[in-house]
Design a protein. Structure first.
Length: 273
């Protein structure tokens, strides 16, 4: 892996982790375009760790607030992580090619486009309904503590689907929360918090796996590529989080849906036509 490749991959991860376009799908596609071959799972995980650091920086006050009694939100985060843990373990056991190849990614991009279209439709419909019954309340003032059990479960189930590259994790979880009639800003923050245990768990498993293999995968990528990719992923992640929080207040997802449809068509044409 070269310096500029690590830079581009870090940029894609930082933006794609929080914008509803699928960072994993874009990483797979970008590596295919640049002709990068080999096991880069640990490199991808470390990019995710860098974006996790961005979450901790932006929401540090909210995260500290999670550790105050009655710890309801922490319980919901753990509960919402269970489906992703189960699907992750199944993935490890099956080791299916579909997770590594860009051939079928067009279908997952299309799925992401569809759920983002419905996310905007559902959100605006519920917002009009709330506007008729509530006054003096703004979406941006709400916190993740307003998420209830049903919303957490729906978001957790959608997060488990996002294991497929091309299926957006942020978009899927936000769609799940909105479908459960969750408030937009609360759902967005909870979606970010849900990624914390998943990323930490994946990083731990991958480090243990790398240790068993003698850290051969680590040696395959120069140290400066790790450093470059993580710094770029962190900085671009900060930008993407703030942009996404503004975006969620307007529920304007149609342009991301259109982008994913176009990307799906292009990738389908490349691999099947």
């Amino acid at each position: 892996m070269k310096f500029y490749e690590a830079l581009l991959l870090g940029l894609v991860q930082g933006l794609g982790e929080f914008l509803p376009i699928s960072s994993s799908g874009h990483l797979v596609l970008l590596r295919e375009i640049m002709g990068i071959r080999g096991d880069f799972m640990l490199f991808d995980i470390m990019l995710h760790v860098a974006t996790l650091a961005a979450i901790l920086i932006v929401f540090y006050k909210d995260i500290l607030g999670l550790f105050k009694r009655p710890f309801k939100t922490i319980g919901f985060i753990i509960l919402a992580s269970v489906p992703a843990v189960i699907t992750g373990l199944i993935y490890k056991l099956l080791d299916v090619e579909i997770f590594e190849s860009a051939k079928y990614i067009c279908f997952f991009f299309l799925f992401s486009a569809i759920i983002m279209f419905f996310a905007e439709f559902i959100s605006k419909r519920y917002e009009r309904s709330r506007a008729n019954t509530e006054s003096g309340e703004t979406a941006v003032s709400a916190g993740a503590e307003n998420v209830n059990l049903k919303t957490a479960l729906c978001m957790g189930l959608m997060q488990s689907i996002a294991i497929f590259p091309g299926v957006t994790r942020s978009g899927s979880t936000i769609f799940g929360g909105l479908a459960a009639k969750g408030e937009r800003s609360s759902v967005a923050k909870f979606s970010f918090f849900m990624s914390i245990p998943v990323i930490l768990g994946a990083a731990l498993l991958e480090i243990v796996s790398a240790a068993k293999d003698g850290f051969g995968a680590v040696a395959a990528v120069p140290w400066y590529c790790y450093l470059t990719g993580m710094i770029v992923a962190f900085v671009s992640g900060l930008f993407a989080i703030k942009f996404m929080m503004r975006l969620i207040s307007k529920a304007n997802f149609k342009w991301f849906s259109l982008y994913l449809v176009i990307l799906s068509i292009v990738t389908f044409a490349v691999y099947f036509i």
